[in-house]
Design a binder for this molecule. Structure first.
Ligand SMILES: [Zn+2]
Length: 79
């Protein structure tokens, strides 16, 4: 499994590789502490972890090809 920071909504091309959700998550944690200014405290809140898990599931779906995401559910409406 591979996930990039961009998959999680960061403007960062860092790639985290792991064989399981747990490995990826610990890689993401470490990277976020070092490069994104997160504190241990912030990373221990379930909100952050759940958001990442969701992104990881999305990005690592087996056999999925990278296609642009459907933006229509983001509630962005032109003025
Ligand atoms: Zn990053």
């Amino acid at each position: 499994m591979t996930i990039t920071c961009a998959d999680m909504g960061y403007t960062c091309g860092f790639e985290i590789v792991g064989e399981s959700m747990d490995q990826i998550l610990s890689g993401v944690k470490y990277h976020s502490l070092e490069f994104h200014g997160y504190s241990e405290e912030e990373l221990s809140t379930s909100d952050v972890l759940e958001a990442w898990k969701g992104a990881i599931r999305q990005a690592s779906r087996p056999g999925a090809t990278r296609t642009p995401r459907d933006e229509s559910d983001r509630g962005i409406t032109p003025h």
